[in-house]
Design a protein around this ligand. Structure first.
Ligand code: NAD
Ligand code: TYD
Length: 355
C-alpha cells in the first residue's frame, strides 16, 4: 500500500510516462490521484492515455505545461496538494541531442532544478521526489563488467551529460536540504507507445514498410534491454520502499548487440506481416550507415541492489516482452500514423487548451 495521495507525474505522455500512468491504475492498484504534467513535445502524445482519462475521471488529471515554468508548476503542486513526484519529463533522444543540445540542457537540467526547488519549498508536504534516470550517465563499458550504483559518472553525449547533471542536482537537494529523493538509473526500455525514432519501433515500422534499416557502425554495440512495464514496476517499488537518498540501478540482465535486435525484428515482421513485394526476407533491408559520434559501445546493468533489497525482478523475459512489443506496433497503425503525421496535434487542440 502506498502512502501517496496526489502523485505528480512529469512527462506522462511520453513512452515510459504513459506506460507508468497505465501501470499505476491497471496493475499497481493506485487509489489516489495522478496529475500528469507534460508540455507535449513531438514525443508526447496524450492519446496514449485517452482511455485512462475517460475511465478514471477526476483521478487522472492532465495539465499541459512546461516543467521549466516556475509559476505554473507551483500552481499545479498547490492546487492538487501534490505529496509525491515521479519525474520523467525530458528530452530523451541521443541523436537529437547531438544535433541540437539546447532543449536537453533546458528541460533536463533547468527543468529538474525547477522542480527540486519547488519541492524543497513544499518539504512539509512532499514525501518523495523520484528521478527517472538512465544508465547512459555511466558512459561506455568494455567487453566485461557491468554498471552498479557506485560506478563513476562518465557521460559521453549531450543527452547523457544533461541527465548526469540532473542526477547530481537531485542528490545535492537531498544532501543539502534533506529533500526525500530516490533515483533509478535504468537500461534501454522497449514496449508500446515509444516514439518511432528509437531503435525498436523505427526498425519495426521500416521493416513493415520495406524501407532501409539504418544500423549505425558495425551493429555490434551492446544494449541491456528491459520491458517497459518492468521498469515501471521498479520505479513504483523504489518510490514506495526505496531508502531516501539512495540510488538503484535497473536492468534486464539482457545484453544484445544491435544487429541481433534488428535481425530479430526482421524475422518477426516476416512471420507476422505480408511479405515484401520483391519476395526478399526483411534482413535484406539492413543498411550499415555512418556511426553515431561518441557512440557508447556497451551498456550492462548489475541490478543486484534492487533485487536483493527491494525484491524487484522483471516479470517479462525478452521472448515474451519482445513478441508483445512487435505485435503492438503492427496492430496499432492508427497510433503510429498519428504520431508520425503530427495529426494528433489537432486532437490536442480539440481536447486541451494551453492555459
Ligand atoms: P520520451 O521522449 O518518450 O518522453 C518524454 C516526455 O517528456 C514527452 O511526453 C515530452 O512531451 C515531455 N517533456 C519534454 N520536455 C518537457 C517539458 N519542458 N515540460 C514538460 N514535459 C516535457 O522519453 P521516455 O523514453 O519516456 O523517457 C522518460 C524518462 O526516462 C526520461 O527522463 C529518460 O531520460 C528516462 N529513461 C529512458 C529510457 C528509455 O529507454 N527510453 C531508459 C532509462 C531512462
Ligand atoms: P536508441 O534507441 O537511440 O537508444 P540509446 O541510444 O539511448 O541507447 O539506440 C539504441 C542503439 O541502436 C544504439 O546503440 C544506437 C543504435 N541505433 C541504430 O543502429 N540505428 C538507428 O536508427 C537508431 C535509432 C539506433
Amino acid at each position: 500500500m502506498t502512502k501517496f495521495k496526489n502523485l505528480l507525474v512529469t512527462g506522462g505522455c511520453g513512452f515510459i510516462g504513459a506506460n507508468f500512468v497505465r501501470y499505476l491504475f491497471e496493475e499497481a492498484g493506485f487509489k489516489g490521484r495522478v496529475v500528469n504534467v507534460d508540455i507535449l513535445t513531438y514525443a508526447g502524445n496524450p492519446e496514449s492515455l485517452a482511455d485512462i482519462a475517460e475511465r478514471e475521471g477526476g483521478r487522472y488529471v492532465f495539465v499541459q505545461a512546461d516543467i521549466c515554468d516556475r509559476e505554473k508548476m507551483a500552481e499545479v503542486m498547490d492546487k492538487y496538494e501534490i505529496d509525491a513526484i515521479c519525474h520523467l519529463a525530458a528530452e530523451s533522444h541521443v541523436d537529437r541531442s547531438i544535433v541540437r543540445p539546447d532543449d536537453f540542457i533546458r528541460t533536463n537540467i533547468f527543468g529538474t532544478y525547477n522542480l527540486l526547488q519547488l519541492a524543497r519549498e513544499r518539504k512539509d508536504r512532499i514525501v518523495r521526489f523520484h528521478h527517472v534516470s538512465t544508465d547512459e550517465v555511466f558512459g561506455s563499458l568494455g567487453p566485461t563488467g557491468a554498471f552498479t550504483e557506485t560506478t563513476p559518472y562518465s557521460p559521453n553525449s549531450p543527452y547523457s551529460a544533461s541527465k548526469a547533471a540532473s542526477d547530481h542536482l537531485v542528490r545535492a537537494y537531498h544532501e543539502t536540504y534533506g529533500l526525500p529523493v530516490t533515483i533509478t538509473n535504468c537500461s534501454n526500455n522497449y514496449g508500446p507507445y515509444q516514439f518511432p525514432e528509437k531503435l525498436v519501433p523505427l526498425m519495426t515500422l521500416n521493416a513493415l514498410e520495406g524501407k532501409p534499416l539504418p544500423v549505425y557502425g558495425d551493429g555490434l554495440n551492446v544494449r541491456d534491454w528491459l520491458y517497459v512495464t518492468d521498469h515501471c514496476a521498479a520505479i513504483w517499488t523504489v518510490m514506495n520502499r526505496g531508502e531516501s537518498g539512495r540510488v538503484y540501478c535497473v536492468g534486464g540482465r539482457c545484453e544484445k548487440p544491435n544487429i541481433d535486435i534488428v535481425n530479430r525484428i526482421c524475422d518477426d515482421v516476416d512471420r507476422l506481416a505480408p511479405p515484401l513485394e520483391n519476395g526478399q526476407p526483411r534482413r535484406s533491408l539492413i543498411t550499415y550507415v555512418k556511426d553515431r559520434p561518441g557512440h557508447d559501445w556497451r551498456y550492462a546493468i548489475d541490478c543486484t541492489r534492487i533485487e536483493q533489497e527491494l525484491g524487484w525482478h522483471p516479470a517479462e523475459t525478452f521472448e515474451t516482452g519482445f513478441d508483445k512489443t512487435i505485435r503492438w506496433y503492427l496492430d496499432n497503425r492508427e497510433w503510429v500514423d498519428r504520431v508520425r503525421s503530427g495529426a494528433y496535434r489537432q486532437w490536442i487542440d480539440q481536447n486541451y487548451t494551453r492555459r
